[in-house]
Ligand binder design. Structure first.
Ligand code: NAD
Ligand code: MG
Length: 378
C-alpha cells in the first residue's frame, strides 16, 4: 500500500464563489492536494456533484435533508476543520457562521486559508490567540491581503512602514449622494471587476468591505491603523502596495481572479506552476489609475474603520449590524442607504458594551442583529 503524501484540504463553503474557484484550483493541483472535506449550507445538488467528482471522505451540510453518509447541522464545519486527514482548512463561509471552525482549526495547529474575513473582524483577538496557542497559521485568501503577504514574506516587521490597500470603488464609485439614494439591489449587484457572492458584492458597493479589509489587515499583519491606508484603483490589477522603511514600494499585480490568491494560500511561501491563472499583459491592462476614496458618500467605510480603532466589541457590532442590514437589503426590505444608517445606529447603541471575551463578542453580535431588525421593524 502506498501512502498519500498530498496535503489534505477541507473546503468550508464549497458551493460558493470562493469554494467553487478553490475546487477548480484543486482539480489542477491534484498532484499536490487532495480534497479531504467539503461543507455547504443548503445547496445539496451542487454539493452532490462536487462529492461525485472529488470523492472526499467527509461531506457536511448545514441545513438540508442530507444523504445518510453526510453529516448534517452546523457542527459539521468544526468536524470538517478538525479532522486528522486535513492539513489546510479553506474557510470560504460567508459571515460570522465561520468563527467556530476557524478557532477550532487553529487550536489544532492547522493552516487556515482564510476567505471568511468577517470572523477575523468580529473576533480578531480570539482568532490570533487561538492561532498562537495552537501553533496554527492564518494565510489570507483575500486578494489584497494575499498581495501584502506576498510582498512582505521574508522581511522582518520593523522594515514595514505602511500598507496601502487597493479598492475597486465598486459599482457606485462615481455616483452622487442623490443617485445613491435611488440605488437598487440590481445596481448594487453589478460589480465592475469581480464576480462574487451576493453579500460581499453588496459590501463592495457600500465600501463596508474595505473597512472589513482594513481591520483584517490590522490583525493579520499586526499593524496599527495609522499605517494602513486605502486607495481606489478601478481596474483591480494592483492588489495592494507595501511601503518599506527605506521608501521602496512593492506591489503585487495580476488579472482580477481569485484563483491565484487561493492557490497561494495553499502553497505559501512556495510558488507552484498553475496553468489556469490568466496571463498578465501590461499593455492590455493599461491604464492603471488611482484616486482617493470618497468617504463622505460611503459612511460604512469610516464607521467600520472607527470601530476597528475603538476595539473591544465595536468591530463585532460593526460586522453583525452590517450582515443583518445587508440581509434585509438583499431581501428587498430596506434601501441601499439604510445599510449605513443601520450600522451607525448599532454602533451608537452597542459599541461600548464591555469585554472582548468570546461570550461578550457573541452577545454583542446577537444584540447588533436584533438592534437592526428592531430599527426597521422587521
Ligand atoms: P458565497 O455566498 O458565494 O458562498 C458562501 C458559502 O458559504 C456557500 O458555500 C454557502 O453554502 C456557505 N454558507 C453560507 N452560510 C453558511 C452558514 N450559515 N453556515 C455554513 N455555511 C454557510 O460567498 P463568497 O463570495 O464565496 O464569499 C465567501 C467568503 O469569502 C466571504 O467571507 C467573503 O467576504 C470572502 N471573499 C470572497 C471573495 C470573492 O471573490 N467571492 C473575495 C474575497 C473574500
Ligand atoms: Mg478583497
Amino acid at each position: 500500500m502506498t501512502t498519500d503524501e498530498r496535503r489534505g484540504v477541507a473546503i468550508l463553503g464549497s458551493t460558493g464563489s470562493i469554494g467553487t474557484a478553490a475546487l477548480r484550483v484543486l482539480e489542477r493541483q491534484h498532484s499536490r492536494f487532495r480534497v479531504a472535506a467539503l461543507t455547504a449550507f443548503n445547496n445539496a445538488a451542487l454539493l452532490e456533484e462536487q462529492a461525485a467528482r472529488f470523492a472526499p471522505p467527509f461531506i457536511g451540510i448545514v441545513n438540508n435533508g442530507a444523504h445518510e453518509s453526510w453529516r448534517a447541522g452546523g457542527q459539521c464545519l468544526v468536524e470538517a476543520a478538525t479532522r486528522d486527514d486535513v492539513d489546510v482548512v479553506l474557510n470560504a463561509v460567508v459571515g460570522a457562521a465561520g468563527l467556530e471552525a476557524t478557532l477550532a482549526a487553529l487550536a489544532r495547529g492547522k493552516r487556515v486559508a482564510l476567505a471568511n474575513k468577517e470572523t477575523l473582524v468580529m473576533a480578531g483577538g480570539l482568532v490570533t490567540e487561538a492561532c498562537r496557542a495552537g501553533a496554527g497559521e492564518i494565510v489570507p485568501v483575500d486578494s489584497e491581503h494575499s498581495a501584502i503577504l506576498q510582498c512582505i514574506t521574508g522581511r522582518p516587521d520593523v522594515e514595514i512602514q505602511r500598507i496601502i490597500i487597493t479598492a475597486s470603488g465598486g459599482p457606485f464609485r462615481q455616483w452622487s449622494a442623490e443617485q445613491l439614494e435611488q440605488a437598487t439591489l440590481a445596481d448594487a449587484l453589478r460589480h465592475p471587476t469581480w464576480r462574487m457572492g451576493r453579500k460581499i458584492t453588496v459590501d463592495s458597493a457600500t465600501l463596508a468591505n474595505k473597512a472589513l479589509e482594513v481591520i483584517e489587515a490590522h490583525y493579520l499583519f499586526n499593524l496599527p491603523y495609522d499605517r494602513i491606508e486605502v486607495v481606489v484603483h478601478p481596474q483591480s490589477v494592483v492588489h495592494s502596495f507595501v511601503e518599506f522603511v527605506d521608501g521602496s514600494v512593492l506591489a503585487q499585480l495580476g488579472v482580477p481572479s481569485m484563483e491565484l490568491p487561493i492557490l497561494y494560500a495553499l502553497t505559501h511561501p512556495d510558488r507552484v506552476p498553475d496553468s489556469g491563472v490568466p496571463r498578465f499583459d501590461p499593455v492590455a491592462l493599461s491604464p492603471l489609475t488611482f484616486e482617493p476614496l470618497r468617504a463622505e458618500q460611503f459612511p460604512a467605510f469610516a464607521l467600520g474603520v472607527a470601530a476597528g480603532r475603538r476595539g473591544g466589541v465595536a468591530p463585532a457590532v460593526f460586522n453583525a449590524s452590517n450582515e443583518a442590514a445587508v440581509a434585509l437589503f438583499l431581501d428587498g426590505r430596506i434601501r441601499f442607504s439604510d445599510i449605513g444608517v443601520a450600522i451607525a445606529n448599532s454602533i451608537d447603541a452597542l459599541a461600548d458594551l464591555p469585554g472582548d471575551t468570546r461570550e461578550s463578542i457573541l452577545r454583542a453580535d446577537s444584540a447588533a442583529r436584533r438592534h437592526v431588525q428592531e430599527h426597521f421593524g422587521c
